[in-house]
Design a protein around this ligand. Structure first.
Ligand code: ZN
Length: 193
């Protein structure tokens, strides 16, 4: 049951010529009239701006992570489940192997930070410091631990909001440009993290 073989002894030139022809003669696929653009699911996420130099919520865990590990970041974590909110300061050590986490314990957000614990950069693991006066079971510690588990693994959680307070996560200067407010990093620092 041999199929009859087509005899196609073409030189390369002929073959190319034929292919060319096919290209020319093949009718263009008819274009359907362009349908009205479907409503996109959502535009690219942008941090919700509250006001320049105030603060903004991170739209993505990656951005929050970059911000929090940038050097000198002040971050507020909000649990929508419990309505708790805590503000932390994260400072990278000189050798860049650790990030020291301090919890804001008073109303003055410049001087009322207390040492809480340390993030070890090799595994991005967080431990409460043994010397911390804030207990393991304190809400401020548990909240950070819970949030950091999500942030370090870039796992969003509907109950977790991460806000910066309007200052660059690397140098601490006030943020003014919209892109900076979205990322939490000033234009210069954004290129250095
Ligand atoms: Zn900066």
């Amino acid at each position: 049951m041999n199929k009859p073989k087509k005899k196609e002894d073409l030189s390369l030139e002929e073959l190319f010529a034929r292919l060319d022809d096919m290209g020319v003669t093949t009718p263009e696929p008819k274009k359907e009239p362009t349908p009205a653009p479907k409503p996109q699911p959502k535009p690219a996420p942008v941090a919700e701006e509250v006001s320049p130099s105030k603060g903004a919520k991170f739209a993505e865990m990656e951005a929050a992570y970059v911000f929090m590990t940038a050097g000198k970041a002040t971050v507020t974590l909000v649990s929508l489940k419990t309505n708790d909110r805590f503000t932390y300061e994260l400072k990278v050590s000189d050798d860049e192997e650790r990030i020291y986490v301090a919890l804001m314990t008073g109303p003055d957000n410049n001087s009322s930070f207390q040492f809480l614990g340390t993030i070890f950069r090799d595994r991005d693991s967080y431990f409460r410091g043994k010397k911390s006066k804030i207990g393991e079971d304190a809400k401020g510690n548990r909240a950070f631990k819970w949030a950091w588990d999500h942030i370090a693994t870039r796992t969003p959680n509907v109950n977790l909001e991460i806000w910066h307070e309007g200052s660059c996560g690397r140098c601490g200067r006030k943020l003014t440009v919209p892109e900076s407010i979205a990322s939490g990093l000033g234009p210069e620092c954004a290129g250095r993290v």
